[in-house]
Design a protein around this ligand. Structure first.
Ligand code: ACM
Length: 526
């Protein structure tokens, strides 16, 4: 990605002059920074004094090796020339699970935190403070007290459209961890591909993970295809490996299994799942498809329960995402069975049918001690639909559901929080990584505040945080994906972590230099 860090392209160049004095070159910018005097010299004689924090000590050891080539040792008793890792649970009230204190003095360094996550994040900050020239490695004296603004700091990868594979996912998780992002939202099923092995329904991957060809050219209304088969899926063993890899980096993996729309690949695998009952192939075309699960059929509901059961058994995440966006109601409207079901259950509109179905799924998940998340359409379809009388608003979404806002009027957020729901703000106009840099510049990405202007402060705590979304339609490989993701991922990380008062685009650009070297080395696409 050589071209990536011609900073002028991203509008960083001129802003570096207005750096606030308290700031430091760390992304995301910490909560409190006090610069000291002198430097700590990192040498082969430096030791890590980790107490019981052996996992984190090994991670630090590896990070230092990566940054400097120095292979420093773990030792229990050393005061000077040491990096101490200290868990102090008393700090929990002030710093939470993710906060930490990082002190760099000329004699030693300490990372103190109430929990291992905080120690891990202190290490991520420390990595960015190492200056070196190939011979000497130093860290300037500093005292940092840090904790995140939001608890949900997500990156979403859509693999329904193109399968990327474990190696690519692990590289993304590495960068997320360095940026203190804690939620990997894994969009595993969509119209154009089913990517997760479900043991009870092998056709989902035998058929649903492959398509004959793929639309190309960037325009869903276009008619150009590559005529190349595409396929791939994660076995349950591969998924477990990813979950463990993420957990070592303090990242929770939240799976998304789309329902009742974006389900054409599943319906191609088992035609009885669909409302039209027609045999279809896995779509090669992007854009919203009309095929939709027949939610009036108990067999289809049983299928979804079975799938979710396997998903729950695989993923330790407390939250399971069920998609729920962009459902086309045409097939439900045209189907006599669905219409009869609605009549029998006094459901007056397809929008209400979606909510009734979604509530059934959320109750199923709640019964398994999991919390459901979905895109904002799960709440009451779009407000426009309510206004147009297309949705009665009689059906209310089950309590505890997490609404991921991505589109429509910002009033939807007010409505969700005032009804008691928690919200993740993934407003597409600011957080969609598939959008061009012209539409969402680095500065625009950086300027996103997950708390919408004017939201009553009594509801601020209902905004759990933010996600940025890498939709996959036009990104067939890692290189094309990386162009969209980096460097904007760093901006979204700071949106999720840093207090608004501490955000400064000029300083952010300066701190990005650390990542420019890193991302250049790893992902040189030229
Ligand atoms: C979405 O972008 N369809 C959630």
């Amino acid at each position: 990605m050589k071209q990536l860090f011609a900073f002028g392209v991203y509008g960083c160049m001129l802003l570096i002059i207005s750096i606030p004095l308290h700031a430091i070159n760390i992304i995301p910018q910490p909560a409190e920074v006090k610069t000291g005097t002198g430097v700590f010299q990192l040498t082969s004689a430096t030791v890590i004094n980790a107490g019981n924090n052996i996992v984190e000590a090994r991670q630090l050891q590896q990070a230092i090796q990566e940054a400097s080539g120095l292979n420093i040792q773990l030792k229990t008793s050393s005061k000077n020339n040491s990096i101490r890792l200290i868990v102090d649970e008393k700090l929990k009230k002030e710093l939470g699970e993710e906060g930490y204190l990082l002190k760099v003095n000329p004699d030693n360094i300490s990372i103190t935190a109430p929990a291992s996550t905080g120690i891990f994040y202190g290490i991520q900050s420390l990595r960015q403070l190492i200056h070196g020239n190939g011979n000497t490695y130093t860290l300037n004296a500093v005292s940092i007290k840090d904790k995140p603004r939001f608890s949900w700091r997500a990156f979403m990868l859509d693999e329904g459209r193109y399968f990327k594979g474990s190696t690519v996912v692990k590289r993304l998780l590495d960068e997320m961890a360095l940026l203190k992002m804690n939620t990997f939202h894994w969009h595993l099923t969509d119209d154009q591909g089913w990517r997760i092995e479900i043991l009870k329904y092998p056709q989902l991957t035998a058929i649903g993970s492959h398509r004959d060809s793929t639309q190309i050219g960037g325009d869903a209304d276009g008619n150009t295809y590559d005529s190349k088969p595409h396929g791939g899926f994660y076995t349950q063993a591969a998924i477990k490996e990813i979950i463990n890899y993420a957990a070592e980096r303090h990242i929770t993996v939240i799976p998304e299994i789309e329902m009742p729309g974006h389900s054409a690949a599943a319906i191609a695998s088992y035609p009885w799942l669909g409302t039209s009952q027609k045999k279809i192939r896995v779509p090669c075309k992007f854009g919203i498809q009309y095929d939709v699960y027949n939610v009036a059929d108990p067999k289809v509901i049983a299928f979804l329960h079975d799938v979710l059961e396997e998903v729950i058994n695989l993923f330790p995440s407390k939250v399971i995402h069920i998609g729920g966006d962009e459902v086309k109601f045409d097939q439900w409207k045209a189907d006599a069975g669905v219409q009869a079901y609605m009549k029998e259950h006094h459901i007056v509109s397809p929008g209400d049918l979606q909510i009734a179905f979604t509530n059934g799924i959320s109750n199923f998940l709640a019964g398994k001690y999991r919390r459901m998340a979905g895109w904002n359409e799960i709440m009451n379809s779009m407000l426009e639909d309510v206004d147009a009388g297309k949705v009665s608003n009689r059906e209310k979404l089950a309590p505890g559901t997490i609404i991921q806002f991505w589109t429509g009027d910002l009033k939807i957020i007010d409505q969700a929080v005032s009804r008691g729901y928690d919200v993740v703000n993934s407003f597409s106009e600011f957080t969609y990584l598939d959008y061009s840099y012209k539409d969402i510049s680095l500065e625009k990405a950086y300027g996103f505040d997950p708390i919408p202007k004017g939201l009553d402060p009594k509801y601020h705590a209902k905004i759990l945080g933010t996600g940025c979304q890498m939709w996959g339609e036009w990104i067939p490989d890692e290189a094309s994906m990386n162009k969209q993701v980096y460097p904007r991922l760093a901006a979204y990380a700071e949106d999720g972590w840093t207090l608004v008062a501490n955000k400064n685009f000029g300083n952010f650009c300066k701190a990005l230099e650390y990542f420019s070297a890193r991302w250049n080395v790893k992902w040189d696409v030229n």
